[in-house]
Design a binder for this molecule. Structure first.
Ligand SMILES: Nc1ncnc2c1ncn2[C@@H]1O[C@H](COP(=O)(O)OP(=O)(O)OP(=O)(O)O)[C@@H](O)[C@H]1O
Ligand SMILES: [Mg+2]
Length: 278
């Protein structure tokens, strides 16, 4: 059974002139790692909000079609219910952090859902260790770096034990080192069977881990497939997607009659292909 299913789903924010999502059809199965990319304003954030029910429960507007997440129609379930299925990590972690220290932050969600206190303690300790937060245990979120805040935000979402993690440009405010750390954590969660939906522009950093890239433009899905199949398409460059350098080199060699045989996503893969070819 698919875990997420968009069925001809369209959405227009209340008061907006244009549809933010136009007849979107998208099926995602358990365990996938799907990267959503596309130009600014194409509907990526709206798609994320739809998966965890913020659209249409919090952001209201015109809807056509349906979205089913773990069998639940998002029209009929509250954001609190959906949060235990699909957790959403935002671009700005500080908007997401609501309490006075890391322990309280991680405990906040499950405590509010009435989870047994012993179980809450257990989850807090497990996540402090998993996300390497021990040294931050008593710190106020505002005393932490952006990368640390983002790790705490991820922990607080995992505390609800969701099946799906949706992350909307979680690295856009981070330096390259912290961005890689967060992306490694997300890839690690996927390896432990978490279904991941990630909005990301830095495709050079995520394509090796993602199982699928969904390319959006103007409220529509315009391409959907494995990173190697999607990133070689001219459409990516036409709409301004950040194609990895290694893939661009492959394409320009191919245009000059040199076929490396398979599409590289990283510099290392490109080097190996060139070595084999020579
Ligand atoms: N709360 C809102 N109310 C009204 N219109 C909105 C709202 N949020 C987004 N929109 C509109 O919906 C469309 C899609 O926006 P969305 O934020 O989903 O795009 P995006 O792909 O995430 O862009 P970016 O890359 O800049 O984050 C845009 O036209 C935007 O102006
Ligand atoms: Mg966005």
């Amino acid at each position: 059974m698919p875990l997420i299913e968009f069925q001809d789903f369209s959405f227009k924010y209340y008061g907006a002139d244009f549809l933010a999502l136009k007849k979107v059809n998208l099926t995602i199965s358990e365990g996938e790692y799907v990267v959503i990319t596309g130009p600014s304003g194409c509907g990526k954030t709206t798609l994320c909000r739809t998966i965890n029910g913020l659209v249409p429960q919090f952001h209201r507007g015109y809807i056509a079609g349906n979205v089913l997440v773990d069998g639940k129609n998002t029209r009929d379930h509250t954001v609190a219910e959906m949060a235990t299925i699909a957790g959403l990590v935002f671009q700005q972690p500080e908007n997401q952090l609501v309490t006075l220290n890391v322990e309280k932050e991680i405990a906040f969600g499950p405590e509010n859902l009435g989870v047994d206190p012993v179980e809450v303690r257990h989850r807090v300790e497990e996540l402090i260790s998993l996300l390497d937060l021990e040294h931050l245990r008593d710190k106020h979120p505002h005393e932490m770096s952006g990368g640390e805040q983002q790790r705490v935000a991820i922990a607080s979402i995992l505390a609800l034990k969701p099946k799906i993690m949706v992350a909307d440009e979680p690295t856009s405010n981070l330096d390259p080192k912290n961005a890689e750390l967060i992306l490694d954590i997300i890839a690690g969660l996927n390896k432990r069977d978490m279904t991941v939906i990630l909005v990301e522009h830095r495709l050079d950093l995520v394509s090796k881990d993602a199982s699928r890239i969904v390319l959006m433009n103007d409220g529509r899905i315009v391409a959907d497939g494995t990173p190697r199949n999607i990133l070689v398409k001219d459409l990516c460059q036409e709409i301004g997607v950040g194609v990895p350098k290694a893939t661009l080199v492959y394409k320009s060699l191919k245009n000059r009659g040199i076929d490396l045989g398979s599409v590289p996503l990283t510099g290392e893969e490109l080097a190996t292909l060139v070595k084999e070819a020579s």
